[in-house]
Design a protein around this ligand. Structure first.
Ligand code: GDP
Ligand code: MG
Length: 432
């Protein structure tokens, strides 16, 4: 595949065989694999041969296009009622991430300046409803749960009433997790769905469950008429084949994905970006979007100037840490950067530990504003005081200061401001 020109049939067969094995190993449904490969083949054989493009690239382009096709070209976002309240019902297996998703959705709408309201309908397990309550408290969204055993209809009616009192725009209903799907469960869930008459009925697919979750989503869709899929736990080591299968198997669009335990780890689904990410091209577009929402008014010119003339200080450093924290987990972020998988394994997980960031933040927060602006003034006694305040060793403070000094030089050199130390360092890193 390295040479240029037309793809030889035996090379294509061999490549498609490898893709087939990889997909089956990733737990993609066999019929989806079959359709996918035939789509790739048609694209390659049907395309007017551009001999200047290397065969490998032609295959990659075809695979990319076919991936988008099976993920669903369109990526509709959540539907909202034009007038009146929008109702969202979340269903799925136990432990798939429903309750967390309800909190995430509430946060998502809060960020759009809307008023969400949460309703727990898990009247069988009080603990489950309490979890929803805790989440709603943590984000400051009102919530209604019914602790006494009662009929679905009553809970729904009371919930909607409370939501109205609170002036909510969006009412999000959590539901009892399914352990084993049966006709009886299908009936009771259908009753609940009838009572709610949701605008969006979201089927949660736990990517760690693989094919099983896809089959269940299919059954749920048949019983309840879902409107969209949410794939959870994409940050896990799950092989993720379910993401590829679920659209074809259920014929429902994937609307959202979740990528971590943090409530902010919710993303709108974009087939094209996801396909690129799968192919290791990274996902710059998502990353940029995240950076934008995390730091909507970041003054890039100011930052660039400060980088160049070396006046960046620990206040800026702290601000950066805050921004990174706002973007959700670091592991998830890294997956969006092309080639970052490599980077991740090279650097090791320690450096991308969120805890490490919190520690750095703690150290900087223990400094006075003067010290943050003039880190070079931090002497032995100041260092001791800062360490005690942050609950770390003096050596940790030193390490942070050194790191800061180094990145400052590096930034200065990269921004073209010269600075001998930075240039030397770039050389050392093979970048200069
Ligand atoms: P439910 O039983 O469907 O309501 O599931 P929960 O919302 O209680 O979630 C079950 C567990 O999965 C919790 O520990 C969540 O923190 C965790 N969880 C949910 N979504 C994600 C995700 O996207 N990534 C990871 N790593 N964990 C998740
Ligand atoms: Mg739950």
């Amino acid at each position: 595949m390295r040479s240029s020109g037309r793809i030889r049939d035996e090379d294509l067969d061999q490549t498609l065989r490898e893709i087939r094995i990889a997909m089956l190993e990733a737990d993609v449904h066999f019929s989806v694999v079959r359709d996918f490969l035939s789509d790739v083949r048609t694209r390659i054989q049907g395309s007017e041969l551009i001999t200047t493009v290397a065969p490998g690239q032609q295959v990659a382009a075809a695979v990319h296009a076919s991936l988008i096709e099976i993920l669903g070209k369109d990526s509709p976002s959540l539907v909202q009622e034009k007038s009146g309240v929008t109702k969202i019902l979340v269903v799925g297996t136990k432990g798939s991430g429903k309750t967390t998703l309800c909190g995430r959705l509430a946060l998502y709408f809060q960020e759009k300046q809307l008023k969400p309201f949460l309703v727990g309908t898990d009247f069988e397990r009080v603990a489950a409803s309490e979890q929803l309550m805790t989440i709603s408290d943590s984000i400051g969204a009102p919530c209604y749960i019914e602790k006494n055993e009662s009929k679905a209809g009553e809970v729904v009616a009371s919930g909607l009433e409370q939501a109205k009192v609170q002036g909510a725009d969006i009412v999000i209903f959590d539901s009892t997790g399914i352990v084993e799907f049966s006709d009886e469960i299908a009936d009771s869930m259908a009753d609940l769905a009838d009572e709610i008459d949701p605008t969006e009925l979201l089927l949660v697919v736990d990517s760690m469950m693989g094919q099983e979750a896809v089959n269940l989503a299919k059954s749920m869709h048949e019983a309840l008429e879902g409107t969209g899929i949410v794939v959870t736990k994409l940050d896990s080591d799950a092989k993720g084949g379910s993401v590829l299968s679920v659209r074809s198997v259920t014929d429902l669009p994937i609307k959202l994905t979740t990528t971590g335990e943090d409530l902010k780890a919710l993303e709108e689904f974009h087939p094209e970006r996801f396909a690129s990410r799968l192919l290791g091209m990274g996902d710059i577009a998502s990353l940029v979007e995240k950076a934008k929402t995390a730091a909507p008014d970041i003054d890039e010119k100011k930052v660039a100037r400060k980088m160049k003339d070396g006046t960046i200080d620990l206040e800026d450093f702290l601000e950066h840490i805050e921004q990174i924290k706002n973007m959700g987990s670091l592991g998830g972020l890294l997956d969006m950067i092309p080639g970052a998988n490599n980077l991740k394994s090279q650097i090791g997980s320690v450096e991308f530990d969120d805890k490490e960031f919190r520690r750095k933040e703690g150290i900087i927060r223990s400094m006075t504003p003067f010290e943050r602006r003039n880190p070079e003034e931090i002497n032995g006694s100041r260092r001791k005081r800062i360490a005690a305040g942050a609950g770390v060793a003096a050596a940790d403070v030193n390490r942070l200061l050194n790191e800061f000094k180094q990145s400052k030089m590096l930034m200065q050199a990269m921004a073209g401001g010269g600075g001998k130390g930075g240039v030397n360092m770039l050389k050392k890193l093979g970048l200069g």
